[in-house]
Design a protein around this ligand. Structure first.
Ligand code: RNT
Ligand code: ZN
Length: 424
């Protein structure tokens, strides 16, 4: 039997099995198809960007490891690689850009000079490819970030420089939103913090608050752009103190009607980001997630279908909050094929979401409400081995995307024909 026929046959059986527990797979696949994943551009070139001079990852509290050959060296190569990625993942997804990825025409354009025109090419391309865009200010990899502070710097001129940058990035975000007819989410993450013990915690946090107030003075139409604030627990070089902590941004977001960005690499490893969804959504309308895989620390490994990601998706679905939670990716692995890394990570998130959507929540809730806790536990265990892989394969087929592991050879040919020919 041909592979596709096998997939269809397996799906028919899976469909019946899910139907028996009250889940209609066709309806589930319709939902899945309409949940976009905001795919980060920076997996394609190790967070390098296209500034002149090169914005190499420094002064930023983030690190990329690995030197696998074939990384995108130009905007054209990055777009080409990303189009390859899009051809291998189902659904309609988004591209998440950083300010250092503009087209600066070989000129030195400092961060306080970035403009919408530097991103016109991305907008034209996005229209052509049919995707929407998200955006990020780049407050790292810059001499003015080298001593570890940006928006909370004690030197006003440095603060003002970064305020100007972020204001411009919000403007660019609104431009994306208008041009592409869909809200662009602008995420602010800053590396500010200290390697060693710090005395002036209060001062830095009040400076950050003040900078944010200035940044948000200009209001944008929420159909064009929305703001998110991303916290962190620690970084390389900011082990003892991070200005933009979770408490800080959660407070700021709740008081100022912004959303927080929860990056699941940015918490203590035993802390559950899944558990935060139902708390945060009581006080802010929406939330942005940066999905990643921290191995022992915030290591930004490629997302896989693991307990953490599955738990997050369960929480979103059980809270009926798919329209209030924005899913974005944040990992960068330079030690393996980068296009492959992108595809593995995106598909893993989509699989986790499918897994969560295939859960008969009502039945579980009924057990819970009746105090039938053994029944709840047993059912949850059984759900783990239902044939969800058959539904996933069928979904890929239906979306015109290679199902199963057959996409590996697609990436191998792309490597052979394209990326391996690039000298870095
Ligand atoms: C860093 C944050 C942030 C970055 C990107 C590149 O710790 O997670 O989201 O990874 O902006
Ligand atoms: Zn992040």
């Amino acid at each position: 039997m041909k592979n596709n026929q096998l997939i269809e046959k397996a799906y028919e059986i899976a469909q019946e099995q899910y139907s028996a527990i009250g889940i209609e797979t066709t309806a589930v696949l319709k939902i899945l198809e309409n949940v976009p994943i905001s795919i980060h551009c920076w997996q394609g070139d190790d967070v390098g960007g296209f500034e002149k001079p090169d914005a190499s990852l420094s002064g930023g509290g983030i690190q990329v490891t690995g030197n696998y050959p074939g990384k995108a060296r130009t905007v054209a190569e990055l777009r080409m690689d990303f189009e390859k990625v899009l051809s291998l993942i189902p659904g309609s997804n988004r591209l998440n850009l950083h300010a250092i990825y503009g087209e600066f025409g070989g000129k030195v354009v400092d961060r306080d000079e970035v403009e919408a025109k530097h991103f016109q090419g991305w907008v034209d391309w996005a229209k052509k490819v049919g995707i929407k865009l998200d955006f990020n200010a780049t407050c790292f990899s810059h001499p003015k970030a080298d001593d570890g502070y940006t928006l909370s710097h004690k030197d006003k001129s440095i603060r003002d420089f970064w305020i100007e940058h972020v204001q411009r990035c919000r403007e660019i975000s609104a431009f994306f939103g208008r041009e592409l007819n869909d809200v662009t989410i602008h995420d602010i993450w800053i590396p500010d913090g200290s390697k060693d013990e710090l005395v002036d915690r209060f001062v830095h946090r009040s400076l950050l608050k003040d900078s944010l107030d200035k940044i948000f003075q200009k209001e944008y139409n929420p159909s064009e752009m929305k703001d998110a604030l991303e916290s962190k627990l620690f970084g390389i070089g900011s082990e003892s103190f991070v200005v933009g902590s979770h408490d800080f941004y959660l407070g700021y977001a709740a008081a100022n009607k912004k959303m927080v960005c929860l990056d699941n690499g940015h918490f203590h490893p035993t802390e559950s980001v899944a558990d935060k969804v139902s708390s945060v959504l009581q006080f802010t309308d929406e939330v942005l997630l940066h999905l990643t895989r921290g191995v022992r620390w915030d290591s930004d490994h490629v997302v896989t279908l693991n307990d953490q990601i599955t738990a997050i998706m369960h929480e979103i679905v059980r809270a009926n909050a798919l329209d209030r939670v924005h899913l974005a990716l944040d990992f960068f692995d330079a030690s393996i094929n980068r296009v492959g890394a992108w595809v593995v990570g995106t598909r893993a998130v989509q699989k986790a979401l499918l897994f969560a959507l295939l859960e008969p929540v009502e039945k579980l809730r009924e057990y819970e409400n009746n105090g039938q806790y053994f029944e709840r536990l047993a059912f949850l265990e059984e759900l783990k081995t239902k044939p969800f892989g058959a539904v996933w394969d069928y979904y890929c087929l239906q979306q015109g995307v290679i199902p199963g592991e057959d996409y590996i050879s697609e990436i191998q040919s792309y490597e052979r024909d394209v990326t391996s020919k690039r000298n870095s």
